[in-house]
Design a binder for this molecule. Structure first.
Ligand code: HEC
Ligand code: HEC
Length: 295
């Protein structure tokens, strides 16, 4: 519904911009070359982030849709921190200093971890345009949060992680996770190894590679223009070559020129990033409740 609306608005904007010069355009439909909107009149605003002019509504709507799918589970429906322990973004210094996503981009693309803090944010494969949209949405929420003033008061979010239904979590695991994991195989003793339920939840939602888990390697398929294919474990890739170890154990270096040959990289943990868009809060609670039983 929201997406459809978004598309329609975008199409209208595009149509407006494409109108021939001199065409009769009512002022309301004029393209966005008008004078910049006046800053939000907010005498009590203390942070630059709260004094910024209102953002582009189309971009904000797009950013909200991306936030709901990609960030909400961790940072919460209102940015104040979520079930999986992402910090409150309304209070984040980085968010307050960011202008148009330039400070958020490296965090989203590379992830973030603080030494001594067990929770980490895994890298997320969003495009720069998507990140700009998310930034626009976040700034919009910050600048309108409670209408004014400093970041909202109140205690940090208290997390109660193990509130789910373990039996429902087990069924979910059988349906969505058992193609790669097993409670009696690789995840045996998981809850003994990772005792804190918050860390455990973070580990499974992110698909973290733990020291104890046998690392499943990233593989690569190289297809020559002739259709001939070479597959193997990825050793290294850059714009000029790809290095892999083939099934026979031999290392091969293949030269790249532009898109030839075609190189497809498969990181087995991509499944975790894809699944992030699928879980509901309830699924997350249920699966965590189930995994805490794997002692
Ligand atoms: C799986 C959970 C998770 C997801 C998904 C996630 N984050 Fe995070 N994020 C975290 C955690 C945990 C931290 C704290 C990491 C640290 O500082 O060690 C963090 C930190 C941040 C920070 C830095 C805050 C600060 O002031 O230090 C920003 C900004 C941020 N996330 C934005 C986003 C955005 C935008 C998205 C969606 C595109 C997103 N995150 C998705 C868990 C997550
Ligand atoms: C397509 C394969 C795939 C699917 C599906 C998948 N995972 Fe993973 N998962 C991985 C990979 C790969 C890793 C990284 C560990 C490694 O390199 O062996 C991982 C890591 C984990 C870890 C951390 C392991 C450890 O020992 O610390 C947990 C826990 C986990 N996944 C749980 C789940 C749950 C729960 C689901 C379903 C909701 C799921 N996974 C779905 C492939 C998958």
């Amino acid at each position: 519904m929201r997406l459809r609306k978004l598309l329609t608005t975008t199409a209208l904007l595009a149509a407006g911009l494409a109108a021939p010069l001199g065409a009769q355009t009512p002022p309301a439909a004029a393209p966005a070359t008008a004078a910049p909107a006046p800053a939000r009149a907010n005498p009590r605003a203390t942070f630059p982030a709260q004094q910024r002019p209102p953002g582009d509504p189309v971009l904000i709507a797009k950013g909200k849709a991306i936030y709901e799918i990609t960030c909400r589970a961790c940072h919460g429906p209102d940015l104040r921190g979520g079930d999986i322990g992402g910090p409150n973004l309304l209070r984040s210094d980085i968010v307050l200093k960011d202008d148009h996503g330039e400070l958020l981009e490296p965090i989203i693309k590379n992830g973030k971890s603080t030494p001594g803090v067990t929770l980490v944010m895994a890298p997320l494969p969003l495009s720069s345009d998507d990140i700009r949209a998310v930034a626009e949405y976040i700034h919009d929420v910050v600048s309108t949060a409670r209408g004014q003033g400093a970041p909202p008061p109140g205690p940090p979010v208290v997390l109660n992680i193990v509130v789910g239904d373990a039996a429902a979590g087990q069924a979910y695991f059988a349906a969505k996770c058992s193609s790669c994991h097993s409670a009696t195989g690789d995840l045996r003793g998981l809850a003994t190894r990772i005792g804190d339920p918050k860390d455990l939840q973070n580990a499974w939602v992110n698909g973290l590679r733990s020291a104890a888990a046998p690392a499943k390697p990233t593989t690569v398929t190289v297809t020559e223009a002739s259709g001939q294919r070479v597959e193997g474990v990825l050793v290294r890739v850059d714009d000029f070559s790809v290095v892999l170890t083939a099934a026979d154990g031999r290392r091969r270096t293949i030269v790249r020129r532009g898109n030839v040959p075609r190189v497809e990289i498969h990181d087995p943990r991509d499944a975790h990033t894809d699944l992030l868009a699928v879980y509901t809060d309830k699924d997350i609670h249920n699966v965590t409740a189930y995994l805490t039983t794997l002692k």
